[in-house]
Design a protein around this ligand. Sequence first.
Ligand code: NAD
Length: 318
Amino acid sequence: MAINVLITSRSFGQVSDEPVKILRENNINYKFKEKHGLMEEKDFLEVIDEFDAIIIGADKINGNALNSSKRLKLICKHGTGVDNIDIDAARKNGIIVTNVPATNSNAVADFTFGLIIDLLRKISDNIISVRNGEWVKTIGVDIYGKTIGIIGFGEIGKRVAKRATGFDMNILAYDPYFIGSSNSFPYVKFVDMDSLLRSSDIVTVHVPLNQNTINLIDEDELNKMKKGAFLVNTSRGGIVNESALYEYLKKGHLAGAALDVLKVEPAQKNNPLLTLENVLITSHIASYSKEALNAVSMICAKNVVKFFSGQSPDFIVA
Ligand code: NAD
C-alpha cells in the first residue's frame, strides 16, 4: 500500500527541493495541509485516517486525534520542541515520535544574540526613526562586560554562552537537569535560579515548555531581576507570564524584553506587549536560517524513508 505523509510545516522543503525529492524518489506520497493557519483537533480528525505519517510544524495534535487514527505510525516534528504533540497518547497508540535536536541550535543562538544586541543598542528603534526622516542619536547600553543569565543549559543555552564569551560577558547558567561536566564550560558559572535572576543584566530563557516550565518566569522571578535588566525568550510562549512581564516593563522595573515566542501565536492585535516601545517581538523565526531549515527538513524526510523501509528513524522522542 502507498505511504501517505501529511506535511503541516510550511517551512518543510521551503529552502530547497532536496527534502521533497527524497520523499518522491522513495515513492512516498506527500500532501501539504490545506488550512492556512495551524491545524486543530477537528482538522486532524477530518483527515487523520488518510495518513501513515505526519511531518508536523507547530500544529497541536492531541489525544483525541491520535486515539482516532487508524493508520498513523510516525510523527516527525519539523523542529526541536515537541510540546504541541500529546506524547503519552502517541505512545499508547504505538505511534513513534521523532524530533530534530541540535540542528537549528546555532541559528537560534545567533538570533538570540541578535535580539540582545538590538534590544540593548536599540538598533530597530533607530532604523525606524531614520526611515521616518529623523536623525536621532539613540543611546543604548553596552553588551560588553555585562552579566548574562542563561536559564536552560542545553543545545541552545550552551551556544548562547559560547557567543557571550566573544562579548567578554560574565556568564551565569541555571539548569537543574544539566548532564555533563561543568569543567567543559570554564567560562560559565553555574548558579541557582535565585542568584541568576538577582545578578544578571540580561536573562535569556532556553528551556522546553512542559508542566514544570509553564510560567517559570512569573511575577516572583521578575521581581527578583535587577532593576533595569532585560529579558529575552526564544524558547516557547507560556514559559514567561506575559501579563506579569507587561506590568514589570510598564512600571520600569525591567528596561526591555525581546520575545520570539508568545503564548498565543500569531500575536493577537490586542496583546498589550505590542504597545510597549521597549519590547521587541519577532514571529517565531529564531530557527529560520536557510541552512538550519534545510537541515531540519532533510532529517525529517530521511526519517520518514528510514521508518517505512524498516529501519529505526533518528531522534526518537517516544
Ligand atoms: P535542549 O533539550 O537541548 O535543552 C533544554 C535544557 O533545558 C536542558 O538542558 C534541560 O535540562 C533544561 N531544563 C529543563 N527544565 C528546566 C528548568 N525548569 N529550569 C532550567 N533548565 C531546565 O533543548 P534546546 O535545543 O536547547 O531548545 C530549548 C527550547 O528552545 C526547545 O525546547 C524549544 O521549545 C525552543 N526552540 C525554539 C526555537 C525558535 O524558533 N524560537 C527553535 C528551536 C527550539
